[in-house]
Design a protein around this ligand. Sequence first.
Ligand code: FNR
Length: 367
Amino acid sequence: EHRFQPINLFEYEKLAKDYLSQMALDYYSSGAWDEITLQENRTAFERIKLRPRVLVDVSDRHLNTSILGQPLQLPLLIAPMAFQCLAHPDGEVATALAAASAGIGMILSTMATKSIEEVAGACEQFRDSVRWFQLYIHKDRGLTRALVEKAYKSGYKALCLTVDAPVLGQREKDRRNEFALPLDLHLANLATISGLDISHEKGESGLFTYFAQQLNPAVTWKDLEWLQSISPLPLVLKGILRPDDALRAVEYGAQAIIVSNHGGRQLDGAIASLDALAEIIPAVNGRVEVLLDGGIRRGTDILKALALGAKAVLIGRPILWGLAVAGKAGVSHVISLLQDELNIAMALSGCAKLQDIDASLLKFTRI
Ligand code: FNR
């Protein structure tokens, strides 16, 4: 079926274009406005260079770790991403199964096209897999609460609250395309409870309009108390870019933070998530687990993020490319490519286990 078997994540991106509608490809790949932050996420990784350590016994390598006390075979989770059935009919179910079988984490989006229960049900055989639910707080508190309760009942292990999207960033291709879901796809978690869906809007992205109408832009730190009162799940804040916000997250009881600019899809011109990580790690000083996403495309990117102090990283778009090309098998292959690259990068830099990866491996260069 494939014209060739991709050997890295960039090749997956190229190949995926043949498997996606223009509207889906634009939605998946875009950043906000001029896509400066989208580019910067990559440039930040390219700027940091490595100082490999030699003559270390690296014959036996271990890539496993834990997050919020749960085991991970790799320091990797799949980022929450909306509308995965645009890539493949199995959508989020395929993604979750590939993640669980590889022993990595998966975060299901509020805007998923497969339901909380369906995804959990499909993964039943994987007992201690790391599956979290990503939350967008809607104006309708009852609806928000219903989502949280469903996630808890279905065995999701943490609530990942996205804090960088009081309104949706403007992705101009989506605006031009008047982005909407095809008639056979729905907001699986919302349509059933509330009849909400992404509909066609003249001259605007239907998703942008959905956010403007349904999400609550008035959410503040105080609302975290409410969220913690309606569910015993640990709270993870996704979309932190400043040390003071990171410290506040600690103060308000978040158990982990995800340093992220939403893959360059929210505030264009925001700093690269990797640069934010360098500022945030010393500020939080080990009080919470810190994750990073944005621009991870190679095993060496994971090595660099861990050397800066991240406990694990999230990967976004490349998972969608794998999903588009070959469903669950494509996602599994993308994960194994990254795993192999990290494994080799560790050997080549003198690290037998993740704990050996430290800041002395890094050299920052200005450009
Ligand atoms: C996202 N992201 C996202 N984040 C979130 O909290 N909730 C969501 O529903 C979505 N949806 C979504 C859709 C698509 C198509 C993309 C590409 C991204 C952001 C995502 O979780 C993550 O922060 C970035 O994708 C990470 O950057 P990379 O790995 O894609 O560069």
